[in-house]
Write a protein that binds this ligand. Structure first.
Ligand code: ARG
Length: 415
């Protein structure tokens, strides 16, 4: 009798290779691996072959780089999502896409379950599970690494017993996830937040001290918030990001060191390398400063922060996310123009910006001849603007500080 099937998200690494065998034994399922190209720069055919050699009945690979950029990266850039002001969310953006694609593959093969190699204390398990449960509630989710509770040694023993090939090269001492939008590095010596990241933490960016002594400038053109042209050359999203990763990396741009709040209630020290993401978020925001009204800009910061939490927390496929993106889409309609960014020894700074929809009015801003600002009107405006505060000062603040009644919300110690 044919066995039921499971679709396993497969990277070719130790965990997911062991999982191929482990799932077959523990759950008596045929394993179909699925590997998605999100621009992580790994050669997929080799991974496919390894999956088959390890015992998968089928190994599916898919180039999802364009989907990733169009449906996940650009929307996140438009929304200005930078988790806790520091992390451009590369890993968090990849998970819902992989989950979505796995659900598609599960449909195609009539699988009853999907599986992933996430641990039980990270955010990634949440993103996978919630996305799958949302898109295909009939699918069971299996998470071998979360279930088997092995030490590294025990896992290696299992691999040896089952003839699973373990890379001869020393396994990375860090846990790394990477895609087009960035590299996430954690664990090993990085677990001590006082310890500076060793040189081998970084692979995409040079040490800023070793970066070229001459700065370079890049000009990025945006069309309704989406980057479309780099240094005068019209590029598809994937190429534009790849180019900026190279240019930024060569100048040491895009390193992030963050002690972040995980959804599962712990703080963890994370290192990120994301040259293109850092440059594009900064440039995009500069164009917004030029083209959004003060009110729209202020409101957008709330939306950005909320969207970042939604993405980080694995709630990509929620109605609230769609609703907020409805605002973002509208809010980006005049964010069209160009930004000059200088890359220099780890720094990335705006040098200039322009837009046909610029709200910057030279005639109103200038201190030189041609000034059209209505100076006389300022006096009346200021009078009304300050009226409430003036009243408050008279009625409250200038009467002397009253003593404050304590409002206790905790029982006294020892009660
Ligand atoms: N802390 C980041 C996040 O939660 C990155 C996780 C990286 N995952 C990994 N397997 N190294 O999005």
């Amino acid at each position: 009798m044919a066995r039921d099937k499971v679709i396993l998200a497969y990277s070719g690494g130790l965990d997911t290779s062991v999982a191929v065998k482990w799932i077959q034994e523990k759950y008596n399922l045929d394993v179909i691996t699925f590997t998605c190209d999100l621009g992580q720069g790994r050669e997929l055919e080799g991974i496919r072959q390894k999956a088959l050699k390890t015992g998968a009945v089928e190994a599916v690979i898919k180039d999802a780089r364009n989907l990733f950029v169009d449906y996940f990266v650009w929307p996140s850039l438009l929304a200005g999502t930078m988790y806790e002001g520091k992390y451009p969310l590369a890993t968090a953006l990849g998970r819902p896409l992989i989950a979505w694609q796995m659900v598609e593959v599960a449909r195609e093969f009539g699988a009853v379950a999907v599986a992933h190699g996430c641990t039980g204390k990270g955010n990634d398990q949440v993103r996978f599970d919630v996305s799958v449960q949302t898109l295909a509630p009939h699918l069971k989710v299996i998470a071998p690494v979360r279930e088997w509770h092995w030490t590294r040694t025990e896992e290696l023993e299992y691999a040896a017993q089952h003839g699973i090939e373990v890379q001869a090269t020393k396994q990375s001492i860090y846990s790394v996830d990477q895609n087009l939008w960035g590299r996430s590095i954690e664990a090993g010596v990085l677990e001590d937040p006082w310890v500076a990241p060793p040189a081998d933490t970084y692979q995409w960016t040079v040490d800023p001290r070793q970066a070229p002594d001459a700065p370079i400038e890049v000009v990025i053109e945006f069309d309704q918030g989406r980057p479309t042209v780099l240094d005068g050359e019209k590029l598809d999203g994937v190429s534009l990001i790849e180019k900026l990763n190279k240019l930024g990396g060569a100048h040491g741009v895009g390193r992030v060191d963050h002690v972040e709040n995980r959804l599962v209630g712990i703080k963890s020290r994370e290192i990120y390398e994301a040259p293109a993401a850092i440059i594009l978020h900064k440039a995009h925001q500069e164009l917004e400063y030029l083209t959004l009204s003060r009110q729209a800009q202020r409101f957008k910061t709330y939306v950005s922060q909320t969207c970042a939490d939604i993405i980080y927390d694995g709630l990509w496929f929620s109605a609230f996310h769609q609703d907020l993106m409805g605002f973002v889409e509208k809010n980006q309609r005049f964010v069209t123009g160009a930004v000059r960014m200088q890359l220099y020894k780890g720094g990335c700074n705006v040098m200039g910006r322009k837009s046909d929809y610029s709200l910057y009015s030279p005639a109103l801003a200038t201190y030189e001849a041609g000034d059209q600002f209505p100076h006389e009107t300022a006096v009346g405006f200021i009078k009304i603007h300050g009226l409430a505060q003036q009243t408050q000062a008279r009625q409250q603040l200038l009467k002397g500080e009253p003593s404050v009644q304590p409002a206790r919300i905790m029982p006294p110690a020892g009660s």
